[in-house]
Design a protein around this ligand. Sequence first.
Ligand code: NAI
Length: 703
Amino acid sequence: MTAEYKVHGDVAVITLMNPPVNGLGLATRQGITNGLTQANADPAVKAIVLTGGGKAFSGGADIKEFGSPKALQEPNLLSVIRACENSDKPIVAAIHSVAMGGGLELALGCHYRIAAPGTNIALPEVKLGLIPGAGGTQRLPRVIGVEAALNMIVSGEPIKSEMLAMLPGQKLFDAMAKSAESLPEEALAMARKVAAQHADGSPLPLVRNLPCKHPLGDAYFGFARNMVKGMAKNLPAPLKCVDAVEAATKKKFDDGMVFERDIFINLMWTPECRSLRHIFVADRAASKIPDVPEDTPKREIKSVAVIGAGTMGGGISMNFLNAGIPVKILEMKQEALDRGIATIRKNYEAQVKKGKLKQEKYDERMALLSTTLSYDDIGQADLVIEAVFEEMGVKEAVFKQLDKVMKPGAILASNTSTLDVNKIASFTARPQDVVGMHFFSPANVMKLLEVVRGEKTAKDVLATVMAIGKKIKKTAVVSGVCDGFIGNRMIEQYSRQAGFLIEEGCTPAQVDKAVEKFGFAMGPFRMGDLAGNDIGWAIRKRRYQEKPNMKYSKTADLLCEMGRYGQKTGAGWYDYQAGKRDAIPSPVVVEMIEKHRAAQGITPRKISDDEIVQRLVYALVNEACHILEEGIASKASDIDMVYITGYGFPFWRGGPMLYADTVGLFNVAESMKRFAKNPHDDANFWQPAPLLARLVADGKTFN
Ligand code: NAI
């Protein structure tokens, strides 16, 4: 039963019962139409209340049905809404908690609406690359006005019912209930009242019959299109929202509905919509770990200690302060603590100045922060995160100390980006409590958190860290232990390709431009200059020892030998003017590259932007396949989330794995085989990974 039918005197109440948010899946839609039929057939029933049980009126379409024939199966949402409109007896929608997407469209098909204060009202379809497809673009402007409706439809953001109720002349709500608790009674009273009003057979009010105009007409929509175009680069849906709302002002209602439906169906099959839907599902799936049941008991995290107040320690601490969790930072010297705290303070002050943070909040957060130079002061913390220098010896000393002082059951986490978490765990007598929490810089901004699962990490530790990741608003993705974990291990292959490309004929600017046009936030060379080219240099020096057969372009080493570490030294792959971040192509670097090519006997060739993008992106994909096969990542969609939230991969392409699916895995594998034949590249690397070869052979995809 996904909709309940009950009669209260002369009013039938249909209650959606499809937890968690009363999604409008097929069974629920059937439940509603059955209820309507029953109510209309019962002479004792004079009016109907439609409401939601539990935590929502309705969160809208059932996302699991997207793209499946079930979504269109009768009664589809349009038919349900038509059945509401056509009901002989008045229907009152009793709205509380959440009315979004199809849920709001359903309410707009009812004759009357009463809402509880605090209800989140939205048409969020645009966030999935769609427009509302069941009349939202045609009915909402009729009840709250064209501008307010278009703002809601283009942004997809929820607005509280009480705010909407204050809009002048609004017809969205016929009444506001005093509270969510009193809503059922008030809805019944309203139903009885309207039943009496219509006892004479007077027509029931329908949103479709309301007028819809904007006083400026075309001029307004021209302005709206310009605004939306600027905001929604690379996404087709937002501009289509404008088209659909404009149609509401120009077409007859039923023609507008057909127009909206056509747009909706066309958008459903765009790669952008597919990508956004993929991310929606992948984001939720990331927190699910195959062998860790969702009901695994979690440890309580009421306080956190952070070791090291450097670049990462400060940012990490801010995440917890923002979530209202007290943090104590430990350092070796008072000066380091003072510097770290000053940076945190400056960061918050900048937010206050910009109006992004209220002064009281700032004070609250700073009050949660304390410091110490002694391990004796942190023993009672529930979670300790180490962010000291990236040297095994230093980590060893810290973890031995933590093992001594931390209370039993405390979680011991390391923010290491390259070191072996199993080894770090072995410095303690409680490896089950040790886990990697790999934040990305700036840690208070970047969404990604790689949760590194050691061989012995306990399941409840993992479950707790995933939950705390959510609490501090990160996208937490589990990675097994390997060099670079998921993200950096893949980026190394991408960087190697960038190096080969400049050896073979590209300039750094050409490579950067090509991938930035593809949609990456920043190309590999601008990124290197920002992060510091010396970091990659240190890693390569280690690699030359560990993997002497691995091929690298020497250009990056030559750059570092020239002292060009990037923005911090005023010169890297690009030149920088003092105090500025604009990357200016450098003749010195071009000369260095040309000399290097000559020394290697490489005749430069013209390389297309397509080849640049393919080599960089497919390098990510092939390495990701090895990562999946080794069980370092448990699913392809986790890899997509890592790249979208941590590495600036264009989200409208859905991540590297979904992108490869979109291009076609056969095509991807064929390109790899072609790259393997390039004598200046790494033939071994370009053998399609066994997983990829298998998927191609079976005609399957990653996602
Ligand atoms: P940092 O050099 O800015 O800060 C390290 C801080 O740790 C310094 O303030 C230092 O005084 C303190 N420290 C060193 N030894 C200590 C000890 N024994 N006890 C207490 N404090 C000690 O380094 P950063 O960049 O913050 O990196 C820290 C860790 O985070 C490293 O493991 C690094 O690999 C990792 N990481 C760094 C990222 C980055 O982009 N900087 C990104 C992700 C991880």
